[in-house]
Each structure stands twice: as structure tokens, then as C-alpha cells.
Design a protein around this ligand. Structure first.
Ligand code: CMP
Length: 140
């Protein structure tokens, strides 16, 4: 059993797409183990996306993430990190495969509906950014 962090971004929350996105995640075999609707400040968005600090889109990306409510979730399942990345689809919705979340709900490479941890090294850090261990109930 593996865990990953998923974020439904402000564009998708504002467009009432939470239900459709979670249906695709659950349909891919992922279980919502913890979830919270919240807003991040610009500073928090900058800390969350610190690895992208030098990218030309950093300013715009962090403004976007802080523009409205987001749904942060811990997803659980076998190979959850890769499974989540598969069902999210390519970063750019125009390049995302049919049936993926970004194909269905993304607008452009920035406003792409969802974020998912990209590897085992970042997942712990990303989950800890939003959740404490006691907010993630064990199964059963
Ligand atoms: P995400 O998976 O959250 O990881 C970093 C985010 O940066 C990405 O999704 C996009 O929202 C955004 N991003 C990546 N590449 C670009 C780009 N070329 N222009 C604008 N935003 C981008």
C-alpha cells in the first residue's frame, strides 16, 4: 500500500469539478484516506512549489494556487504515486490522453485541475506540508 498527495486546484474547485475528479481517482483504484478544503496564501504556495522557484512560470503558478479554495487529499492504493500520475494525464491538458483528469478538466498547462506528487522522495514532504499523521486514519 502506497500513499500520495493529490490537490484539486482552484480552477477545478471553482468550476464544481471536485466530484467528477474524485470519481476518476476512485475509478483508478485510489482511496481517499484524508481530505481538507482550504486556501493557501501566496507565501505558502511559494513554499509548496519551492522546487520550481527558478522557473519562468513560478510567479503565475503560485498566484494561481492561492487564488481560491483547493482540496488537498492523501490517496492510498497499490502503486498510488504512479497510478495517480497516470489518471491525471500529461501536465499540459492538450497533450493528455483521453480518459485522464487533465484532458477532461484542465484548461492549459498552468490551470490543469490537479497536482500529484511525482515520486517517493517528494511524497512524504508534500503530505507533511498539509497533514499530520493523526489526520490520516489507518484502514479497517
Ligand atoms: P503540477 O503538477 O502542480 O506541478 C507544477 C505546476 O506548474 C504544473 O502542475 C503546472 O500547473 C505548472 N506548470 C508546469 N509547466 C508550466 C508551464 N510551462 N507554464 C505554466 N505553468 C506550468
Amino acid at each position: 500500500m502506497e500513499r500520495t498527495l493529490s490537490i484539486i486546484k482552484p480552477d477545478a474547485v471553482a468550476r464544481n469539478q471536485i466530484g467528477g475528479i474524485i470519481a476518476l481517482l476512485e475509478g483508478a483504484g485510489l482511496r481517499v484516506a484524508a481530505a481538507r478544503l482550504l486556501r493557501v496564501s501566496k507565501g505558502e504556495a511559494e513554499r509548496f512549489y519551492a522546487v520550481h522557484r527558478e522557473r519562468p512560470f513560478f510567479e503565475s503558478l503560485t498566484t494561481f494556487l492561492s487564488e481560491g479554495p483547493i482540496l488537498v487529499m492523501v490517496l492510498e492504493g497499490p502503486g498510488a504515486i504512479a497510478r495517480n500520475r497516470e489518471v491525471m494525464g500529461a501536465t499540459d491538458p492538450a497533450k493528455a490522453a483521453a480518459g485522464t483528469i487533465r484532458k477532461a478538466y484542465g484548461t492549459n498547462v498552468e490551470r490543469n485541475a490537479v497536482h500529484g506528487s511525482d515520486g517517493a522522495d517528494t511524497v512524504k514532504q508534500e503530505i507533511a506540508f498539509f497533514f499530520s499523521e493523526r489526520e490520516i486514519p489507518p484502514r479497517g
